[in-house]
Design a protein around this ligand. Structure first.
Ligand code: ZN
Length: 183
């Protein structure tokens, strides 16, 4: 277990370096690492800190998709289980955005339990972000559409973590309320 703690910290360090120039899309443009740490924390809470590989994968979950970090680099540093999981939650960026979003809804029920937990935590973090700091160029309608889409993906993720499912529904309601109240 001790070496797993070290691995978790190494993953946080790698994530901070790989995403160093990336910012959240929200008006506050928070450093991307805060999103990764939030998702990792949600995952750790949901699994009572008993699944360090899942926490490591959470820290690295956007590394392939956003920074094109090769899968092998992740596998060599953090093991195959982690690399496999990161790959499982990575969208195929060669597809157009709308197709990727539909595919997420369609494939959600067939993901592994671990990938489902990670995806739920990711959506919770994203919903919180659009409540706290929505992208400045997003209309009310776009924000509401995002909430609906996140809920549609979550339907397929049911059963993996009742705690995160509850948090997702709460975050979705808050995001909806905030969108409706926005000027
Ligand atoms: Zn993410």
């Amino acid at each position: 277990m001790t070496d797993k703690w070290i691995m978790v910290l190494k993953a946080a360090d790698a994530a901070a370096r790989w995403h160093v120039h990336q910012r959240r899309k929200g008006a506050a443009a928070e450093p991307y690492i805060n999103h990764l740490l939030e998702v990792a924390t949600l995952v750790a809470e949901a699994t009572r800190a008993k699944e360090p590989d899942l926490v490591i994968a959470a820290l690295l979950h956007d590394a392939i998709e956003d920074q094109q970090v090769p899968r092998d680099v992740i596998a060599n540093a953090f093991g195959d289980v982690v690399a496999e999981l990161v790959e499982e939650v990575t969208d195929d960026k060669s597809l157009p955005k709308e197709a990727r979003k539909q595919l997420q809804i369609k494939t959600a029920p067939y993901k592994s339990r671990e990938a489902k937990i990670l995806k739920l935590a990711d959506k919770v973090s994203n919903l919180k972000a659009i409540t706290a700091s929505p992208p400045p160029d997003w209309s009310v309608r776009r924000r509401l559409e995002y909430v609906e889409w996140a809920r549609a993906v979550a339907v397929g993720l049911k059963g993996a973590s009742p705690m995160l499912e509850k948090q997702l529904e709460h975050a979705a309601e808050e995001a909806q309320r905030a969108a409706a109240l926005s000027p």
